[in-house]
Design a protein around this ligand. Structure first.
Ligand code: GLA
Length: 387
């Protein structure tokens, strides 16, 4: 847990509520190494939880109310645990907490009241899953105050339901599952149909570098939903439940039956699933050059076939690849803005960060944020310190 975040939420808790909190809960953001727009096609993804997180200092209450202060938004909010029904929330931070409370309650899980202070260092809207981190940190608090054993997969599912039905964003399972179940030092190969996971070690010799283009997603929800619909249409044409069930050979044989746009969307998903499975195996084999090449191919596919990149992401990826230490780079997450990710030889990573940052700023004219990330553990809870 970030000690800086922990002392901020502790100090603020002591000031606002008086007395010690009982626990700290935290949940990380994520970066996806490969496998984008595959999760809602029942396919494969290879994300890792990052060392940026949401942290909550909390304490149980006697009543059925939740009272929370957000340091980042300088706002407090209180709501009753009365069930309620899903509605289109306004997207404010507290709706993620309310949504999780609703999903837990609706899923027959115990909920009881608590008070707390929340803060995070996952940049919001950058495509690093700050909302999943907030949802899973909240779920972790509810588990703690109700004395429930942490079940990462069920909690990820409930958090996804909160996001889909309460917040109204139609995302897949990747972000919530990696935030719930990440393993320190590892990426996680997730089968988004069975929700089975395989931890894949990130070798010491490479650094995972997040490259935030400084652009933010616009229109992402409508574009995202449109892509989902196109994928469903393609699966129906192949006569299968999801594009996960179409292999490269079947795709090649029948691609001519699809209209050009649907064909491109389906080609991305079918090839991305294959790349993701291969990347996980090659990472295990320490064949980093091949992993990098698969990341490069993934970017091209997201750019040309799935059409979810944008010029700043393409520029960042191109600049990253020019560096000697770069093994591969791609946009990451939903797209339309936000971040790229690169795999870089560790001994060249510090220099890579400076050089790529300067070049990007010089050519694109935006200030990027570039940082080396380490793979951290999924949501956790620990006893709090004293005021
Ligand atoms: C967003 C969604 C995920 C996933 C990615 C694209 O992050 O929340 O479920 O679909 O986009 O891979």
């Amino acid at each position: 847990m970030s000690s800086e975040l922990r002392s901020r939420v502790l100090d603020e808790f002591c000031r606002r509520f008086g007395g010690n909190p009982s626990f700290f809960a935290r949940a990380p953001g994520r970066v996806n190494l490969i496998g984008d727009h595959t999760d809602y096609n029942d396919g494969f993804v290879l994300p890792m939880a990052i060392d940026r997180e949401v942290c909550i200092a909390g304490r149980a209450r006697d009543d059925r109310r939740v009272s929370v202060y957000s340091i980042d938004f300088d706002e407090d909010a209180t709501f009753a645990l009365d069930g309620g029904s899903p509605r289109q929330a306004d997207g404010s931070w507290v709706e993620y907490l309310r949504g999780v409370a609703w999903a837990l309650d609706d899923g027959g899980r115990p909920t009881s009241g608590w008070e707390g202070v929340v803060a995070g260092n996952v940049p919001v809207g950058a495509g690093l899953s700050s909302s999943a981190a907030l949802e899973l940190a909240t779920a972790r608090v509810f588990s703690a105050v109700n004395g429930v054993v942490w079940q990462p997969v069920s909690m990820a599912r409930l958090a996804q339901r909160a996001e889909n039905e309460w917040v109204g964003v139609n995302c897949g399972i990747m972000d919530q599952l990696i935030s719930a179940a990440g393993t320190s030092g590892h990426a996680l190969l997730i089968d988004c149909r069975t929700l089975e996971t395989r931890a894949v070690a990130i070798p010491e010799s490479v650094a995972v570098v997040v490259l935030d283009t400084g652009t933010r997603r616009g229109l992402v929800d409508s574009e995202y939903n449109e892509r989902r619909a196109q994928c469903e249409e393609a699966a129906a044409l192949f006569g299968v439940p999801a594009l996960r069930d179409v292999d490269m050979l079947t795709f090649a044989e029948r691609a001519g039956e699809l209209d050009p746009v649907t064909r491109k969307r389906a080609r991305h998903v079918v090839t991305e699933n294959a790349r993701t499975l291969e990347a996980a195996s090659q990472l295990e084999e320490r064949n980093l050059a091949r992993v990098g090449a698969l990341m490069d191919e993934s970017h091209v596919s997201l750019r040309d076939d799935f059409e979810v990149s944008r010029p700043e992401l393409d520029a960042m990826v191109a600049i990253a690849r020019e560096h000697d230490g770069c093994l591969g780079a791609r946009m990451t997450g939903a797209g339309f803005g936000g971040c790229a990710v690169a795999l870089v030889a560790r001994e060249q990573a510090a220099e890579f960060v400076v050089r790529v940052g300067d070049r990007y700023k010089g050519t694109v004219g935006l200030q990027p944020s570039i940082y080396v990330c380490s793979a951290s553990a999924g949501a956790s809870v620990e006893a709090s310190g004293d005021c």
